[in-house]
Design a protein around this ligand. Structure first.
Ligand code: PLP
Length: 386
C-alpha cells in the first residue's frame, strides 16, 4: 500500500523526543521556545507562537486580529475546513472567494470583484485568509494591495507551505500579511504529531496569541491589574483563553525535523518534477509552478481531462485503491460540507472550485516515497485511466 502522504522519522528525531522524556519538563519547558526560535529564524519572521494544532493557531490568530460577532471572514473554498471554522469559533460568519483555475489558490481578480461588491453593501471582510494550496503561495502582493485599499487584515493559512518560497523569500516572513500559520500534522511537511505555529512581525499580536494559548493568563507586570499587596499570585487571567499549548515532547520532535526541512522540500520537488515526466502522456493536467514560486509540494494534485478518458473520477479512485495506491481528494469545496450548507450555501456557489473538485486527484508524495514506488503509482494510474 502506498499512502498519499507520510511522515519521515529519523533516529535523531527519536533521540530528541527521548531526551525530553528523560528531562524535567514534558511541557512548559525550554524545548517550545527553542522550536519557536528555529521556525521564526527559518521564516525570517520576528515572532513565533507554538500551539497544539494549526486549527488552534488559526483560532487565536483570528481572535488576536479582532474577529468577533458580526464580522465576516473570507477564505478559499478549496481548503481544509479549519481555514473556515476559525471564523465560526469567534462568532463571525464566513464567505468564500473562488479559486484561480490554474494554481487552485484564491483568485485575486475574483477577490477584487467581490470586495467592490461588498463595499457597496457595507459588508467588507475583517480578515481574509488566503490558503497556500499544495504548498505554493497565493499571489500575496496583490492580496496585500487589496488589503491596503479595503482595510482588511490578512491571515495566511500556510499549513501546506513551510519550506516554500515566494519571490525568493521564505513563506511565513509575513511581508504581505499580519500572521501566517503552519501545521505540523504528520502528513504535512514537518511534523510534531499534532501541532501548529503562528508567526508574525507584530509584537502585540504575538503577545496576545501567547496569552490566548494559555487560558488568557499573563504574568507580565504591565498586563496585571493592581491588587492588594498581600496577594502572592504571580499571574492573572486577564481574558478568556484556552489550553492550546504545545508540549516539549512535540517541540523537540519539531526542532529535530526542522534540520531536514530543506531536504524534505528538495525531495518533494524532485519527485514532483519526476511525476511531471512520468505522467506526461496521460490525459491529465499536472501542477504548474509560477516563476516567482518555489512550492513546498505538500500535495501533488493532478486534474483529470475527463473528456479524454472513458473512466470517471470515482472509477479511477477505486481502480488505484485496488492496485494499492491510496489516492485522495483535496478538497471538496468547504461550503458543500453539510455544516456549511445549513448556513445557506448552495452547490455551484464557486464554479471554478466545483469544476476543480470534479477533476482533482491527489497522488502519493512524501520524502520517503521511493522512485520504484513512484513508477508503480505512474503505471497504476495509466492503467486506471485506460
Ligand atoms: C492541515 C490543515 C489545517 C489544520 O491543521 P491541524 O494542524 O491538523 O489543525 C488547516 N488548514 C489547512 C489548509 C490544512 O491543510
Amino acid at each position: 500500500m502506498i499512502p498519499y502522504g507520510r511522515q519521515d522519522i529519523s533516529q535523531e528525531d527519536i533521540d530528541a523526543v527521548t531526551a525530553v522524556l528523560k528531562s524535567d519538563f514534558l511541557t512548559q519547558g525550554p524545548a517550545v521556545p527553542r522550536f519557536e526560535q528555529t521556525v521564526s529564524n527559518y521564516c525570517d519572521a520576528k515572532y513565533a507562537v507554538a500551539v497544539n494544532s494549526a486549527t488552534s493557531a488559526l483560532h487565536i490568530a483570528c481572535l488576536a486580529l479582532g474577529v468577533g460577532k458580526g464580522d465576516v471572514v473570507w477564505t478559499s473554498p478549496i481548503t481544509f475546513v479549519a481555514s473556515a471554522n476559525c471564523a465560526l469559533y469567534c462568532g463571525a460568519s464566513v464567505d468564500f472567494v473562488d479559486i484561480d483555475a490554474q494554481t487552485y489558490n484564491m483568485c485575486p481578480e475574483r477577490l477584487a470583484e467581490k470586495l467592490a461588491e461588498a463595499k457597496k453593501i457595507d459588508k467588507l471582510p475583517k480578515v481574509v485568509i488566503p490558503v497556500h494550496m499544495c504548498g505554493q503561495s497565493c499571489d500575496m502582493e496583490r492580496i496585500y494591495k487589496l488589503g491596503q485599499q479595503y482595510g482588511f487584515k490578512i491571515l495566511e493559512d500556510a499549513s501546506h507551505a513551510i519550506g516554500g518560497r515566494y519571490n525568493g523569500l521564505p513563506i511565513g516572513n509575513c511581508q504581505f500579511s499580519d500572521i501566517a500559520v503552519f501545521s505540523f500534522h504528520p502528513v504535512k511537511i514537518v511534523t510534531t504529531g499534532e501541532g501548529g505555529m503562528a508567526v508574525t512581525n507584530d509584537e502585540h499580536l504575538a503577545k496576545r496569541m501567547r496569552v490566548l494559548r494559555s487560558h488568557g493568563i499573563s504574568s507580565a507586570l504591565e498586563d496585571m491589574h493592581e491588587r492588594s499587596p498581600d496577594e502572592i499570585w504571580n499571574y492573572q487571567q486577564i481574558e478568556l483563553g484556552f489550553n492550546y499549548r504545545m508540549t516539549d515532547i512535540q517541540a523537540a520532535l519539531g526542532n529535530s525535523q526542522m534540520v531536514r526541512l530543506d531536504d524534505f522540500v528538495t525531495r518533494r520537488q524532485f519527485l514532483a518534477m519526476r511525476y511531471e515526466s512520468l505522467l506526461s502522456n496521460l490525459p491529465i493536467i499536472t501542477p504548474i509552478q509560477r516563476a516567482n514560486q518555489y512550492s513546498a509540494f505538500h500535495l501533488y494534485v493532478v486534474r483529470l481531462k475527463l473528456s479524454d478518458t472513458n473512466r470517471n473520477q470515482r472509477e479511477i479512485f477505486e481502480s488505484l485503491k485496488d492496485r494499492g495506491v491510496i489516492v485522495n481528494l483535496h478538497y471538496i469545496p468547504v461550503y458543500r460540507q453539510p455544516h456549511f450548507e445549513k448556513m445557506g450555501f448552495l452547490a455551484g456557489y464557486c464554479p471554478k472550485a466545483e469544476e476543480y473538485f470534479s477533476e482533482a486527484i491527489t497522488l502519493p508524495l512524501y520524502p520517503g516515497l521511493t522512485e520504484f514506488q513512484q513508477d508503480q503509482v505512474a503505471s497504476s494510474f495509466e492503467m486506471a485511466l485506460s
